[in-house]
Ligand binder design. Structure first.
Ligand SMILES: Nc1ncnc2c1ncn2[C@@H]1O[C@H](COP(=O)(O)OP(=O)(O)OP(=O)(O)O)[C@@H](O)[C@H]1O
Length: 334
């Protein structure tokens, strides 16, 4: 549904904001784009929505080339993407239902069709009772719901959400993410979420892309990314509570759940360690549910620092369990 091929954007300076970005998002996916400030996320959105042109490369949304479209073709291409952002920007002087109807009116839809679509969308976002309320009479989460309904009004096949929950509290964030999932399930839209919140990616995304300095550092289905357990993105998706640091001559072990296991099995991990003569204590640990799988991450401290842990590490790895001396992992910065 969304295909980016070698997309670069160079600003005068020169500043390379996007550097040969390749991205392929199939229809019906919820895809997260994460990256630190300055990674190129806003530039990517502007190029995707046709607000800015890439310096090179091609961007296709639903088969339409956003780069070469001009005039009415560009306007048509832009209608392929419904946009929701942190600042909902509803029209204050109009009720919830009139805000949702607004893009349909602009598109020249018939009054009866507008009424039917607005009813359907109000029901979808759970605001039928609030249809006559003005934005000032709605909570932040309810305003965001109106924003989502408005973005979907003209049947855009792609919903682009730019930091959709940054201004919301945890409970409201969860409701909005549930709504995004419902929208995808019911309407089959493809959803792109730009966010700096890993919790959003964990909770709702099927796949994720990490941008760094304008380049795609990692992209793929969430479970594949987590399967690459030593990678910085996997570690950010499963953050650890503070852990001890290794003292002189001691090694801490970092362990992550076995591939394919639906839940972590700590007993198995300790049994395997013991098989190689290693006794250990848990220094820190966490469990996150991602795509319906519980993923565990553990930091262990061997009781006898002088023990050789190489054979134990090998045994754990042979069972598909990620195991690494802490500090040795690729990309480890702690
Ligand atoms: N119009 C511009 N002219 C020159 N440089 C720009 C312009 N717009 C963005 N940049 C540069 O391009 C790079 C990517 O910026 P961009 O705003 O896309 O990052 P971002 O990931 O969206 O950051 P944030 O999360 O802070 O919004 C940065 O180095 C930025 O300074």
């Amino acid at each position: 549904m969304i295909e980016l091929t070698k997309v670069s954007k160079v600003f005068p300076g020169p500043v390379t904001a996007l550097d040969e970005v390749d991205l392929s998002i199939p229809a019906g996916q919820i895809h997260g784009i994460v990256g630190r400030s300055g990674a190129g996320k806003s530039t990517l959105i502007r190029c995707l929505t046709g607000l800015d042109r890439a310096t090179s490369g091609s961007i296709e949304v639903g088969g339409v080339d956003m780069g070469s479209a001009k005039g009415s073709a560009l306007a048509g291409a832009r209608r392929q993407i419904g946009m929701v952002s942190q600042n909902v920007n509803l029209l204050d002087s109009r009720t919830a239902e009139k805000n949702i109807a607004h893009p349909l009116k602009i598109a020249g839809a018939k009054p009866a069709d507008i009424a039917a679509r607005v009813d359907e969308l109000l029901e979808l976002v759970g605001l039928t009772e609030r249809r006559k309320n003005y934005p000032a009479q709605l909570s932040g989460g309810q305003q965001q719901r109106v924003g989502i309904a408005r973005a979907l009004a003209t049947n855009a096949p792609v919903l682009l959400c730019d930091e959709p929950t940054s201004a919301l509290d945890t409970a409201t964030t969860r409701q909005i993410l549930e709504l995004i999932r419902r929208v995808r399930d019911r309407l089959g839209v493809t959803v792109l979420i730009i966010t700096h919140e890993m919790s959003v990616v964990r909770e709702v995304c099927d796949s994720v892309t990490l941008l760094a300095e304008g380049r795609v550092e990692r992209t793929g289905p969430i479970l594949d990314v987590i399967g690459d357990a030593g990678s910085p993105l996997a570690k950010e998706l499963i953050p650890m509570p503070s852990s001890g640091t290794s003292r002189d001559g001691e090694t801490l072990l970092e362990i992550m759940t076995a591939e394919g296991a639906s839940r972590p099995d700590v007993t198995e991990i300790f049994a395997l360690l013991r098989q190689e003569g290693i006794e250990a204590t848990i220094e820190a640990g966490t469990i996150e549910t991602i795509s319906g799988r519980q993923i565990g991450r553990l930091h262990l401290r061997p009781k006898r620092p002088q023990d050789d842990i190489a054979a134990a590490l090998q045994l754990l790895r042979s069972k598909g369990i990620y195991a690494q001396p802490l500090g040795d992992a690729e990309g480890e910065t702690a």
